[in-house]
Ligand binder design. Structure first.
Ligand code: AMP
Length: 284
């Protein structure tokens, strides 16, 4: 496995490669990230993993400085999962002097996390567009754990006619249902113990939906009240939205959206202490 830091090293490493699968990350790799690398491994000749903690997607009061950086362990996990090239650029490689473009995907970036994290998706879309230009992958792999990010990037790729196929992969969970996240390590013992209630509340919504409940207001109230019953959670949003546009809904539509094969999504963001956790479940 090759480690490359600059655009020139990356170009040399990719020279003459057939199909390239790309997994962009911010590092602190866990089994969720590794599942993307493993999937890319099965579908491409060459697998590129990027590790870059992107300053543009963090707000001024967010955890950019304290975000876990574990490069040695990441390299080992990436190799085991099947990466060929790790692209670990410094900020000046991604944002060289004079860099001034940003990618604003608008509507789909505005609800849900867009409300609580202004500018976040602009930072994500900008870095991913730049990384796509550098790596020029045939396919790029993203986790549905960050469902809104998937929808934003899908819109960007369509709108800008970027020649890459996005592959959206299922959320990998801990045994108790908690969605794996680099931020889970911020949780203290008590917080970690109750964190799976987020997934349990989503499961409640899913079983009500599968039992025939079609009203979005009823489904949202069910999930939100279940989570809010534990006062340690500060629920930022608990919403059922359309896919792929994340528009408001009154009831679950009859037909599923192609590609994502779901009729709607139920998404939640909640704070436990200082840690903000997100999760979602597709209503199929
Ligand atoms: P991050 O390093 O948090 O930017 O995540 C890099 C990629 O890994 C994104 O596409 C995430 O959606 C994906 N990812 C993060 N956590 C998980 C998970 N638990 N299951 C599947 N994919 C994940």
């Amino acid at each position: 496995m090759l480690i490359v830091r600059t655009e020139c090293e990356l170009r040399t490493a990719l020279n003459g490669k057939q199909s390239v699968g790309f997994v962009p990350t911010m590092g602190a790799l866990h089994a969720g990230h590794c599942s993307l690398i493993e999937r890319a491994r099965t579908e491409n000749d060459t697998v590129v993993l990027s590790i870059f903690v992107n300053p543009k997607q963090f707000g001024p009061n967010e955890d950019f400085d304290s975000y876990p950086r574990t490069f040695q362990e990441d390299k080992e996990k990436a190799e085991v999962a099947g990466a060929d090239i790790v692209f670990a650029p410094t900020a000046d490689v991604i944002y060289p002097d004079g860099f001034s473009t940003s990618v604003d995907v608008s509507a789909v970036a505005e609800p849900l996390c867009g409300g609580g994290r202004p500018g976040h998706f602009k930072g994500v879309a900008t870095v991913v567009a730049r990384l796509f230009g550098l790596v020029q992958p045939n396919r790029a792999y993203f986790g549905l754990k960050d469902m809104q990010q998937c929808m934003v990037l899908q819109r960007m790729v369509l709108d800008l006619a970027i020649p890459v196929q996005l592959v959206l992969c299922p959320t990998v969970r801990e045994a108790d249902g908690l969605a794996m996240s680099s931020r889970n390590q911020y949780l203290n013992g008590r917080e970690r113990e109750i964190a799976p209630m987020i997934y349990q509340s989503l499961q409640q919504v899913l079983s009500a939906y599968e039992g025939g409940e079609n009203s979005v207001a009823t489904l949202e109230l069910l999930g939100r009240s279940q989570l809010a019953a534990c006062t340690e959670f500060e629920v930022e949003y608990f919403e059922v939205r359309s896919v792929p546009n994340l528009a408001e809904l009154k009831s679950i539509p009859e037909t599923a959206a192609p590609n994502i094969e779901a009729k709607a999504v139920c998404a939640v963001a909640a704070r436990l202490g200082t840690t903000r956790l997100i999760d979602n479940i597709l209503l199929k």
